[in-house]
Design a binder for this molecule. Structure first.
Ligand code: SDX
Length: 429
């Protein structure tokens, strides 16, 4: 794997330290710093800005060019021509399925859509006004107390069953969160529906009446799932990998991922975008909010803007914006928030601050407007991100566990006290 070597010259060492350089199939070369520890040094990289924490074959991003590939396939092509479950298969297995493999995969997912009846008891422990992400963290974590028949993570088959269970049960749990919040009975999954239709059925039907599902809405929902399915080593996926590196229960690892996703700097941004658009309220107030976003003494940021990796358009945002227009047009909805969002994007992209810092709309900028048009309440936006990202989380967990891995254990630059003697309480000032 090492093709080249870097030499690190340190003033207090007579000989340079040689560090191997690894070449990936794409992307920048990577300096392997593992040998530094023998020389008594660590590297310092808060936020992992220039650190690759693992090797992976799942997803590739070229942030300068705005390219996102899953197993080599461009996200735009997957969003246009694939469907979510096929994308899940691709992420998990590395190749697109043939017809037979796809049918088998879809049927297996369908066999796992119900949750153990006792899971519903967990919901009643939550307040009705709890944030659905708080409930998701709890109930997905609770799944780790079930399914003892297949929890030996050293067995490929057991890991596969956990992956099926997670992908299949997330829509059921997500819809249960919504139903609980509005005081309606839970709706069981219906296996003659496809993945997105089934989710919408569990969200909007009741035990008394099925709500018809528009094919336009189901297609848009499925596309949103595809666009959120994976994004290499983002904060929540890295959290799942870190938790998984201890050998922890896979359902608990995914609950950790959900917790990491919730923050407004990550998946919580889709909810924050609509709150922000609500707050701005009118196109005439955009300049005021652009100034607030640039003002370092003001905590306000343009939500749905900026990205650690993309220094160009997030290709998912481009698809999402197109999809937004299509869905609103087909549903005959005119949403002033879409107009506001487009104007905000236009003004920000011309502003020297956003140009210089290469801040572009990310996946979260337009997704909320489509979700709103579909009838999904704002508080459920991040839950939907979590539902879709489960495919990526479990694929990365699988990849890690099925290869050799070490427990994730970063080091630190210690700046606290040196050793000092304990002072008994009666001698302290
Ligand atoms: C997701 O990593 C992934 O792949 C995540 C994701 C996925 O699919 O998993 O793509 C999903 O999390 C999308 C991001 C959603 N978050 C937001 O939309 C929240 C708003 N954006 C940010 O807070 C921010 O841009 C981040 C968190 C997304 C990226 O943070 P970085 O890489 O640590 O960059 P930074 O905060 O250091 O920003 C660099 C500069 C700073 O200014 P300076 O200190 O250099 O003067 O850009 C400024 C920031 O203040 N900046 C913004 C801004 N984002 C960054 N200024 C105004 N508005 C913004 N949105």
């Amino acid at each position: 794997m090492a093709d080249d070597k870097a030499q690190l010259h340190l003033n207090n060492l007579s000989d340079p330290i040689e560090l191997p350089i690894h070449k990936g199939t794409a992307g920048p070369d990577v300096i392997d710093v593992r040998g530094l520890v023998q020389a008594g040094y660590f590297t310092y990289d808060p936020g992992f800005v220039s650190t690759a924490a693992c090797e992976s074959k799942i997803t590739y991003i070229d942030g300068e060019k705005g390219i996102l590939l899953h197993r080599g396939y461009p996200i735009g092509q997957l969003a246009a021509d694939s469907d979510y479950l096929e994308t899940c298969y691709l992420l998990l297995n590395g190749e697109l399925p043939n017809k037979e493999q796809k049918d088998e995969f879809v049927n297996t997912v369908k066999n796992h859509t119900m949750v153990n009846e006792q899971i519903s008891d967990f919901f009643t422990g939550f307040r009705r006004d709890a944030h659905p992400m708080a409930i998701m963290c709890g109930v997905v974590g609770a799944l780790s107390a079930f399914y003892h028949d297949s929890l030996d993570i050293t067995l490929e088959r057991h890991r596969e069953i956990s992956a099926f269970r997670l992908i299949a049960k997330m829509p059921t749990l997500a819809a249960m969160c919504y139903k609980y919040s509005i005081g309606q009975p839970f709706v069981y999954p219906k296996n003659d529906l496809d993945f997105a239709e089934n989710f919408l059925h569990m969200m909007f039907s009741t035990p008394c009446a099925d709500t018809p599902i528009s094919p336009v809405v189901a297609k848009a929902m499925d596309r949103i799932f595809i666009l959120h399915a994976d994004h290499e080593q983002n904060a929540s996926t890295s959290t799942v990998r870190l938790a998984g590196s201890t050998g922890a229960n896979p359902f608990a690892c995914i609950a950790a991922g959900i917790a990491a996703l919730w923050g407004p700097a990550h998946g919580g941004a889709n909810e924050a975008v609509l709150d922000m658009l609500d707050e701005i309220g009118d196109i005439s107030r955009i300049p005021e909010y652009i100034e607030k976003a640039k003002d370092k003494s003001d905590p306000f940021l343009l939500m749905g803007f900026g990205h650690r990796v993309y220094k160009n358009f997030d290709p998912r945002a481009t698809v999402m914006r197109e999809s937004c227009h299509e869905v609103l047009k087909e549903l005959g909805i005119t949403d002033p928030q879409l107009e506001l969002a487009m104007k905000l994007e236009e003004i920000a992209l011309k502003d020297p601050y956003f140009i210089e810092k290469k801040l572009f709309p990310n996946v979260d900028f337009y997704s909320g407007i489509i979700l709103k048009a579909i009838g999904i309440p704002t508080s459920m936006f991040t839950v939907i991100f979590a539902l879709a990202r489960t495919a990526g989380w479990i694929s990365h967990w699988q990849e890690m566990i099925s290869n050799s891995y070490k427990i994730g254990r970063p080091r630190q630059l210690y700046t606290g006290y040196e050793a000092r003697d304990f002072t008994p309480l009666d001698k302290r000032d």
